[in-house]
Write a protein that binds this ligand. Structure first.
Ligand code: ATP
Length: 361
């Protein structure tokens, strides 16, 4: 019935006792069965939101609804939430099977032992940890412990799964593998999942959509590809993308956008990309490194300082106006450090922001 708004957060605020407003009037919703990433830099309020969803923190104001019902007055154990913590929080003295069964052996979810074991084995099978049933957590790798934590969170068959930076204790290669596994697992189980991360690549790869926060405010609630190619503001454009976006200071005057050594006619910009009128004044012109490329006809003259190889592409690094910027090219492009070249921007892919970060183009 509430599939589109299975999780609904309405005008949520949290002011801590010291007066710090960590969450400022946040509203969003999550569709049933979706995996949504809450993304943002350290201190933006991700954990605060999570703890309010889980019932570990009381909101200062606003509402949280699961499947159409307000849960702000519901105790954590009655919210039908599964929670996977950053450090897994497994019981070291218990075997894997005992850890996974544990939620079904205590409290109001207590079931007969044989039944608890049957359900536990079902989720151990789904998470592919059957073979470790009799081992203790410290005999498992980080990735295997992670799967135990997920199986234990799923065993109560919660309505919603909350994962707080679940991959942060794993090494880089394993993170890539486990994030794919997590996505395929939660899709197989069909559970609505909120996944907290500060890693934009992780969020882009795993999320059905991403809610990007900064300073307690949602900056963009959108598909990952839209955060990348149609950022709402300067913060989003700079937080998402690797290599990071290039930013050039420009001035708009007499129908021209003028940088330190380039000029673009405003009439050459695509009219349907303007969000607001481009009045005269100072702005930041931003362009992703794959959209500023070497070309004879380019009007940005630069000296390549350094080249970084990233697998099947290379990043040409140059200084522009005292700030490092980048152009992303394929391996065949015959350019070396020290070369003086011209770069050309794709005018239908650049962004123009006010000094306050509002997107104008
Ligand atoms: P991280 O990625 O580093 O975990 P986060 O996005 O999860 O960060 P929160 O832990 O939600 O951020 O913190 C949001 C803001 O609220 C931060 O500025 C933090 O310093 C502040 N904060 C967190 N807990 C408290 C508290 N108990 N009292 C006062 N301020 C707090």
């Amino acid at each position: 019935m509430n599939d589109e708004n299975f999780v609904q957060v309405k005008n949520l605020r949290k002011v801590y006792e010291n007066g710090h407003e960590a969450i400022k009037d946040v509203s969003f919703s999550v569709k049933k069965g979706d995996l949504v990433c809450l993304l943002g830099p350290s201190g933006c309020g991700k954990t605060t939101i999570f703890n309010m969803l889980a019932g570990l923190l009381t909101p200062t104001s606003g509402d949280i609804l699961f499947d159409g019902k307000s849960v702000v007055k519901t105790a954590p154990k009655d919210r039908q939430i599964g929670y996977v913590f950053q450090n897994y929080a497994l019981y070291p003295h218990m075997t894997v099977l005992q850890n996974v069964m544990f939620p079904l052996t205590v409290g109001k979810n207590k079931r007969p032992k044989a039944e608890a074991e049957k359900v536990a084995r079902k989720y151990m099978n789904l998470t592919q940890i059957d073979e470790f049933a009799d081992q203790k957590p410290d005999q498992l790798s980080g990735g295997q412990q992670q799967r135990v934590a997920i199986a234990r969170a799923l065993v109560q068959e919660p309505k919603i799964l909350l994962m707080d930076e679940p991959l942060s204790n794993l090494d880089a290669r394993l993170r890539l593998k486990i994030r794919e596994e997590i996505r395929s697992l939660v899709k197989k189980v069909g559970i609505t999942t909120l996944f907290v991360t500060h890693d934009q690549e992780e969020a882009l790869s795993i999320g059905d959509k991403i809610i990007l926060f900064n300073d307690g405010v949602i900056q963009q609630d959108d598909l990952g590809q839209n955060l990348y190619s149609e950022p709402n503001n300067y913060f989003v454009a700079n937080f998402v993308g690797n290599p990071v976006i290039d930013n050039f200071s420009v001035e708009v005057k007499d129908g021209k956008v003028t940088g330190s050594d380039f000029e673009i006619a405003v009439s050459d910009l695509k009219q349907d990309r303007f969000k607001h009128e481009l009045k005269d004044g100072k702005y930041v012109l931003s362009v992703r490194p794959e959209n500023i490329l070497p070309a004879e006809s380019g009007n940005v003259k630069v000296t390549i300082q350094d080249i970084e190889l990233i697998g099947r592409e290379r990043i040409l690094k140059f200084n522009h106006d005292g700030i490092q910027a980048r152009s992303l090219v394929d391996l065949e492009t015959p350019i070396k450090a020290g070369d003086n070249i011209n770069l050309k921007m794709r005018l239908d892919r650049i962004f123009i922001f006010t000094p306050e970060g509002e997107r104008v183009y």
